[in-house]
Design a protein around this ligand. Structure first.
Ligand code: PLP
Length: 317
């Protein structure tokens, strides 16, 4: 017997109320690609539009002040959600793909030299392959494949022999979008860190199922997208260890990230390292709605084996 009321859960998703194909109830199984949004998220976005839309960080009226405070509160909430050490380690992006691109550009600009190597697992989404290939092309570096076995598991025993003095970073998914494999991030980071190699984890398919703690195991970068976790479209999160972020050059230029600008040159906001790396004003309202979904799921132990059903936990609490 189902432990939850499926009809009640369905009612939280307005899109599921419609009938399709000769009056059949709409059933949606593509949440891994992009999840539908519960009514709470949809209403929050509308409420924000109606109540206090304003340009964050740069205006001084009531709405902008409130939007800025809420926007920065989301950063704190995400810091807690993934147990980052500091709020400055949280960078808002457009999604996982942009987070990978940011690190592939900015980290590689600083640390990747001609002849260096990046290890990428064989089971990655294209978003966690192509940006590294572009960086390797730019820097005349090499991509090395970490293969997986016939049973769909990464061949971690091969990892030590793939690492050498030229290896700068390992890029790996926490959970594979192709196979559903949960990769052993602790083992990977242990092997990598013993050789001073950074680890980038693509958490796009993990954040909605697993409790994420970026300090245990200690990862260097962790990325995820809101639209795959019942949250709003067009926003995502990149966690980066302060040690790395402080040394990485900006990925995109624009307002808000600068300390001073003149036509002779620009100095960046070194105090706010997350602002230095990428211009931070995104879809503000979407980002604020993300906070809502974080509140709904934070603190819950969500299991991939189905012992705790994500949706029932999300909705019924
Ligand atoms: C494992 C993984 N990484 C990255 C992405 C790309 O995510 P986004 O399109 O939100 O940037 C996806 C999307 O399906 C994914 O499953």
């Amino acid at each position: 017997m189902l432990k939850y009321d499926i009809h009640r859960i369905r009612n939280f998703f307005p899109i599921l109320l419609q009938k399709v194909y000769n009056n059949k109830p709409l059933i949606y199984f593509d949440s891994a690609a992009s999840s539908q949004k519960p009514v709470q998220v949809l209403m929050k976005e509308e409420q924000l539009h109606n109540d206090y839309y304003g340009n964050i960080h740069r205006a001084t009226h009531f709405m902008a002040d409130k939007a800025t405070a809420d926007y920065e509160a989301v950063r704190d909430k995400i810091k807690e959600f993934i147990n980052a050490e500091s709020r400055e380690e949280i960078i808002f992006t457009k999604g996982t793909t942009e987070s990978v691109n940011l690190v592939a550009f900015s980290f590689c600009e600083q640390f990747l030299n001609e002849g260096d190597e990046i290890i990428v697992s064989e089971m990655e989404h294209h978003s966690n392959i192509v940006p590294w290939q572009l960086a390797a092309l730019r820097k005349k570096a090499k991509i090395v494949k970490l293969p997986f076995s016939d049973s769909g598991e990464l061949q971690i025993d091969k990892l030590p022999s793939l690492i050498n003095k030229k290896t700068k970073l390992i890029a790996v998914a926490h959970v594979s979008n192709v196979l559903g494999t949960v990769n052993p991030i602790s083992e990977i980071t242990k092997i990598a860190h013993e050789q001073n190699v950074a680890v980038f984890v693509d958490g796009a398919q993990a954040v909605q199922h697993l409790q994420i703690d970026v300090q245990k195991p200690e990862v260097d970068f962790y990325a995820f997208s809101a639209h795959k976790m019942y949250g709003p479209n067009g926003v995502g999160v990149l966690y980066g260890k302060k040690y790395w972020l402080e040394q990485m050059p900006p990925y995109q230029g624009g307002g808000e990230m600068i300390s001073e600008v003149s036509f002779e040159g620009t100095t960046f906001n070194e105090l706010l390292i997350n602002l230095k790396l990428a211009r931070q004003i995104l879809q503000v309202l979407s980002l604020l709605a993300l906070q809502l979904i974080l509140s709904m799921i934070s603190g819950l132990k969500i299991s991939l084996n189905g012992k705790i059903n994500y949706l029932s936990t999300l909705i019924l609490n």
